[in-house]
Ligand binder design. Structure first.
Ligand code: FE
Length: 208
């Protein structure tokens, strides 16, 4: 079998869309119909607020409901769709669970494949060449740069996304959150904790 055949497609269709978007953005900026600052604010809003909140609801449900967590681990696409989150770039989802022994993190070494329906737009660093190459070569160092220092006996598993498979990390549920309702648990789930480059917030960091 040729190596070419082994290569999984990433998002050639999206590249086309990305080009069209960039062209549209250039025209809008040139004509003065939008300004750069507003555009950046909008992107930031979708990157950090809207998108990841969907994923946070999925994680909060998995933390609260063991049956749902099992479903999420065995068929993430259906379990996520049952909460109303589906669509392009979320068609084939895989959920992996962090444990005391194993910490998972996600990268797309070839481009920037990302589970948009549950995490929104990928952050700039996720698309950057250094993250894409170094996450695989020296994940422990990369995590330290994100401020996440893991004990040496914790194994790090790196998952490489493709157009066919997008990953969601189920972080370890923070301590002292027993009997918390899902809506409150969701506040603990940071975007980076679902990519594996961060951890959820501590219980004490979340207001009621
Ligand atoms: Fe990709």
């Amino acid at each position: 079998m040729s190596r070419e055949k082994d290569k999984k497609p990433h998002h050639s269709a999206q590249s086309d869309a990305a080009l069209k978007t960039a062209a549209l953005e250039a025209v809008l900026l040139e004509k003065g119909l939008v300004d750069r600052e507003t555009l950046d604010e909008l992107i930031d809003f979708y990157q950090n607020e809207v998108g990841p909140r969907n994923g946070a609801k999925v994680i909060a449900k998995a933390w609260s409901d063991p049956k749902y967590k099992q479903w999420l681990l065995s068929d993430a696409t259906s379990a996520i769709a049952s909460l109303g989150f589906s669509g392009r770039q979320g068609e084939n989802m895989v959920a992996v669970e962090n444990t005391k022994e194993v910490h998972n993190m996600v990268v797309c070494t070839l481009c920037s494949c990302y589970p948009i329906p549950i995490l929104g737009l990928p952050p700039t660093w996720y698309k950057s060449a250094p993250y894409r190459s170094r996450a695989v070569i020296e994940p422990r160092v990369v995590l330290e740069e994100f401020g996440l220092r893991l004990s040496n006996d914790v194994q790090i598993r790196v998952w490489d996304s493709t157009a066919e498979l997008r990953y969601l990390i189920i972080p370890i549920k923070p301590k002292a959150t027993e009997n918390w309702p899902e809506e409150k648990l969701a506040k603990l789930v940071s975007r980076d904790s679902m990519i594996g480059t961060g951890l959820p917030y501590n219980a004490s960091e979340v207001s009621v």
